[in-house]
Design a binder for this molecule. Sequence first.
Ligand code: SAM
Length: 246
Amino acid sequence: MSEERAIQEEFERAAPAFAERTRGRFDDLPATGFSRVESHETVLEVGCGTGNFLRQFRGHAQRLIGLDLTAGMLGVAKTQHPDLGLVQGNARRLPFASASVDLVTSAQALHHIWDPIPVVMEMRRVAGPQGRVMVVDQHTTESYEQASFMNQLEAIRDPSHAVSRPPSAFRIIITSSGLEIVDEHLWEGTNRLSQWMWPGEFPEERIEQVRGFIEKHGPETGMDWERDGDDWVFTRRRMMILARRA
Ligand SMILES: C[S@@+](CC[C@H](N)C(=O)[O-])C[C@H]1O[C@@H](n2cnc3c(N)ncnc32)[C@H](O)[C@@H]1O
């Protein structure tokens, strides 16, 4: 199955529950201040899903546009956030003119993409010489072994997962796409398995497989899994990078 087909299959099924489960996950990430967004600017999010990240820019920018591959995700975004401009499309071929957007962002989408440099280069094209590119995504530790185990776990949880990367890999992706890093921010918080995998969103057998993997390999993932009664608590790591044309 192609990368895109797997993503659409997973997110069409999950869309309404995904929107609810992830509603507040960016609330303690200082994304708008970090982005240096200004009130006259246009913001585009590539892989906007149900709009939970893009909505943070409401009141901070003049125009908010979200692009996503999956119609079901955009359908939920349209219902919940009617003020967003929404476009169905592929991050590899953004249907926007060069230098037409002030801030081109992407949150929690690059880990679904095996080959992210062409996507970041597209974001750079649309941002143009004066614009900014901002990437937000989960990250692994810098240990190759821990990253491998975390990715095995993520692939069981979500078959459309491609690869979570360490901060050093994001820096290479950005600079290899013809951008220079203006700022970066590493964030760490705790989450729990019961929140990460809602029973209404994920098939029961997947939840059981993930539980089995954590029991066997949890310590090797670098995610600091700790039992809490029937549940598990773990460390969630995210990174924000702000960049502009080199
Ligand atoms: C984990 S969700 C994140 C959604 C949203 N950014 C958020 O953080 O709430 C990943 C989203 O990226 C989208 N996506 C993945 N690959 C894409 C691509 N090549 N082009 C456009 N959207 C893509 C998926 O359809 C999905 O909605």
